[in-house]
Design a binder for this molecule. Sequence first.
Ligand SMILES: N[C@@H](CCC(=O)N[C@@H](CS)C(=O)NCC(=O)O)C(=O)O
Length: 209
Amino acid sequence: MLNLFYASGTSAMAPHILLQDSGLDFTTAKVNLDRKTWVQGDYNQINEKSYVPTLQIGSDIYLSECAVILEYISTLADHRYTFQYATPAYWQERIWLNYIATELHKNFISPFRHGNWLPNTADSKQLVWTRVQPRLQYVEEHFTGPWLLGSRFTAADPYLFVMTNWLQRLAYPLTSFPQLTAFDQRMRARPSVQEVLQVEGKPHSLTDQ
Ligand SMILES: N[C@@H](CCC(=O)N[C@@H](CS)C(=O)NCC(=O)O)C(=O)O
């Protein structure tokens, strides 16, 4: 079994896209991040870290941490989205997954968080940009395309897309990164991405109460 606990528009969109892209059978469970609930009650009973994504892979087996979940999905999908284990390309992909998780994803989270995890004041927004901009600039300068790891679409791409999607949602100037802008458009042209954007709908911060 594969059941993805997600909240709309969050980092959980990355494994959601990869699951959709892979053709694997999966179900989803929507989490209300403000209340920490899902249809069967207390979400903290599912993941005591109190965040999404969580991927349920057995009756009582749950994976957390976005980068790990992405690699797990790729493993199930005949390793389609990861390079052969322990080759230089594999480590390069691990480097990018870790970079997105620790340098980009976490730096989007404002210390002024209130109500939801996204920046919601001018000060907060500026601080997030000061942290995120140089790290995105690094990606921009090392992006050869069409995908982050070159010619192959990998598990790192949906995760990077979450970042470019957030940039637009928060009205940061994505256009100051031409490579990333083109990457974002390429992602949006993928049927799996279109399907997930439609299924998830509005970001959770606009709908949770
Ligand atoms: N270290 C975790 C971080 C996950 C995370 O920060 N998720 C956010 C959404 S993008 C969340 O659920 N935050 C909880 C909240 O806003 O209450 C990972 O890599 O998966």
